[in-house]
Design a protein around this ligand. Structure first.
Ligand code: ATP
Length: 270
């Protein structure tokens, strides 16, 4: 099952300019992941070691995976992605072995970035009842800690994890030498939403009278993923109606649809 449990991408296409509203987070990831890979001699000269593991913490769809992919692209590193819940649910009894294989692969493909999505699924605080499923999670976590403790921070394998439940993490995972750098990735504010909408319409034929500020104001509570869906949906409407470019009413309908998906649709006045 190894092949499907981890996704290995030799070269990433995402760049920092495709990430909206996370300038501070990009700066932190450059310092903690990019520099250790691109200028290890500076760290050696000054005599500090880079953080071993970086934890990206924040709500779903806010750009955590994008950040990890962009830094892999910048450093020409292989990008190896595993999903915590899949490690322990999809391949029962194989979690620890898979973790071992992921790190083997990372060393083989170095420089590489191991990206562990949904870290909380394998690193939640110890539960009291130790049923079979919990023991499986425990073994998987132990293997991850062993791998992290065992490898050299001066090497060219970097580990980035993501979670939207940092509150449930076992403190053992956050100790120095493990995920000792936490970067918080928040929901986008109004300015960031405008920025993200612009990024996602950059390659679209968009009418020049689109008021992105207004669209940003109408999308309070939308994540980056929601905004990406809005841009796509607006484009689809323009295609469906055979338009030459995407117009304001396409965006308003798209906002209405995406912001109210699951709820009853309400009409937004232009
Ligand atoms: P999850 O916790 O659900 O894995 P995530 O934080 O890793 O979410 P991403 O996978 O990075 O989210 O984002 C999903 C998609 O949403 C991206 O591919 C991108 O299209 C869009 N997106 C999310 N955040 C941003 C952002 N800050 N700037 C631009 N696009 C974004």
């Amino acid at each position: 099952p190894m092949v499907s449990a981890m996704e290995v991408i030799e070269s990433q296409q995402v760049d920092y300019d495709q990430i909206g509203g996370l300038d501070e987070q990009i700066k932190e990831i450059i310092e903690s992941v990019e520099y250790p890979l691109t200028k290890p001699e500076s760290f050696a000269r000054i005599g500090i070691s880079a953080p071993k593991g970086i934890l990206l913490a924040g709500p779903p769809g806010t750009g955590k995976t994008l950040l990890a992919k962009a830094v892999a692209h910048r450093t020409d590193a292989s990008f190896i992605r595993v999903v915590g819940s899949e490690l322990v649910q999809k391949y029962i009894g194989e979690g620890a072995k898979l973790v071992r294989e992921v790190f083997e692969m990372a060393r083989k493909k170095a420089p590489s970035i191991v990206f562990i999505d949904e870290l909380d699924a394998i690193a939640a605080k110890r539960l009291n009842d130790t049923n079979g499923a919990d023991r499986e999670v425990q073994r998987t976590l132990m293997q991850l800690l062993a791998e992290m403790d065992g490898f050299d921070e001066r090497g060219d394998v970097r580990i980035i994890a993501a979670t939207n439940r940092s509150d449930v993490l076992d403190p053992a995972i956050l100790r120095p030498g493990r995920f000792d750098r936490v970067i918080t990735v928040p929901m986008p504010d109004v300015e960031s939403r405008e920025n993200i909408l612009q990024i996602h319409t950059r390659n679209m034929a968009v009418s020049d009278n689109i008021d992105f500020k207004k669209l940003a104001n109408l999308t309070e509570g939308a994540s980056g993923a929601d905004l990406s869906a809005i841009a796509m949906e607006a484009g689809m409407l323009a295609v469906r109606n055979d338009k030459g470019s995407v117009e304001t009413d396409d965006f308003l309908k798209a906002v209405d649809k995406v912001m109210n998906s699951g709820n009853e649709s309400i009409e937004i006045q232009p």
